[in-house]
Design a protein around this ligand. Structure first.
Ligand SMILES: Cc1ncc(COP(=O)(O)O)c(C=O)c1O
Length: 376
């Protein structure tokens, strides 16, 4: 049987990882500034994480949500404390798309309305509602098309106000920093405007924090920079450091009823152990502060390169916009300097490393970039 060929892949077989480094089957070392697409939050094979998963596996890996799973409560408690949202409620699932799917559905259950505002260049996942609010017609199948989604230009307060005046809006879904869209930081005033319009129209503010959340930007949620509380935060990626786990945290004003949401795998013992291990390491090693510090350092240094068109982002979610003629940079970093980075169209190099990146590795990247740009 062949694999369904949907991914353009690099001819590299990674077999081992440790911290911010990964190794291929020939023993070549790579610096991982991509984190497997923002997933590796506390570094590859972190010893505490490995032990917690191993110990849990020896006890029990899975049982369904029909029984008490105290690990879920422990995870909710720790997440509430670290995120500063102690009065929120946690629903666990398995991926970012599923988190957004549940968030949009819950918003509609809550206020009985149908229309959703999403933004140009957004990415929210590939399941039916998540993909319907994603601004990429190529990945929306005819069956996913709906008239319930209104796409607005990014950060356009006038368009937002007008849409609220003309439609019954159920929810607004927005990434605090667009990831796939090319690392576009939502202006603080725009997030505050969404908050006040949602308040005024009984609409639900959904903060997609799948990529920009979980400490990556130097605050737990990038929406925190606007000093507002969203009604629902969706998360996944860094939450399990590679173990598939996602979730939404839900404002106390939205009340649960039995059967409203559900999942077979979500919140299983092993996933909770992974989620707890991540938060324990983040807390113990002060990783959110490290993301803030290292991110500021990298952004400042990157701004000194005159061949770079623009540097955008916060903390360790950084976009390096390059002119079209420098389309070789990402490939050169990988194949000449053994550094994994991400990309966004048309020519943005995306940095999404583990939050415990060190200055030594940041400098290794800056030197390699300097050489790559000099020879381009
Ligand atoms: C902002 C955002 N939301 C949602 C998703 C979907 O997450 P998943 O691939 O886990 O379904 C992604 C994935 O890249 C994302 O970046």
């Amino acid at each position: 049987m062949n694999l369904f060929d949907v991914y353009p892949i690099n001819p590299i077989n990674i077999v081992k990882g440790m911290g911010s480094l990964v190794y291929d089957d020939k023993g070549t070392e790579y610096l991982d500034l991509y984190g497997g697409h923002a997933v590796i939050s506390i570094g590859h094979t972190n010893p505490h994480y490995v032990k917690r998963l191993e110990d849990q596996l020896h006890k029990i890996g899975f049982y369904s949500n029909s029984i008490e799973i105290p690990l879920q409560k422990q995870l909710a408690e720790k997440l509430g404390k670290i995120s500063g949202k102690e009065d929120y409620q946690l629903f666990l699932c398995n991926s970012g798309a599923e988190a957004n799917e549940n968030a949009l559905k819950l918003a509609s259950f809550y206020n009985g309305k149908k229309k959703v505002i999403a933004f140009r260049k957004s990415f929210h996942g590939r399941t039916s509602l998540a993909v319907a609010v994603t601004d990429n017609p190529k990945i929306v199948a005819p069956v996913n098309e709906t008239h319930n989604v209104i796409f607005l230009p990014w950060a356009d307060e006038t368009a937002l106000e007008k849409t609220f005046a003309e439609h019954e809006i159920s929810s607004v879904i927005i990434e605090g920093i667009q990831g796939v869209g090319g690392i576009q930081v939502a202006p603080v005033s725009f997030l505050q405007k969404i908050r006040s319009l949602c308040d005024g129209h009984n609409a639900v503010y959904i903060a997609d924090s799948v990529q920009c959340g979980y400490g990556r930007t130097g605050k737990f949620f990038s929406h925190d920079f606007a000093e507002i509380n969203a009604d629902i935060y969706s998360m996944a990626k860094g939450m399990g450091n590679g173990f598939p786990i996602g979730g939404i945290i839900i404002s106390p004003k939205i009340q649960a009823t039995y059967g409203m949401l559900g999942t077979t795998f979500g919140g299983n013992h092993l996933a909770c152990a992974a989620g707890l291990a991540v938060l324990e390491v983040m807390e113990q090693d002060n990783l959110i502060q490290n993301a803030a510090d290292l991110g500021s350092y990298l952004i400042e240094e990157l701004k000194k390169f005159n061949k770079i068109t623009e540097v955008r982002g916060r903390g360790l979610m950084i976009g390096i916009e390059l002119p079209a003629e420098l389309s070789n940079v990402k490939k050169d970093l990988l194949f000449k300097h053994q550094i994994f980075t991400g990309e966004a169209k048309p020519n943005v190099v995306r940095l999404l490393p583990a939050l415990n990146l060190t200055k030594t590795y940041a400098d290794r990247f800056l030197e390699a970039l300097d050489k790559t740009l000099a020879s381009s």
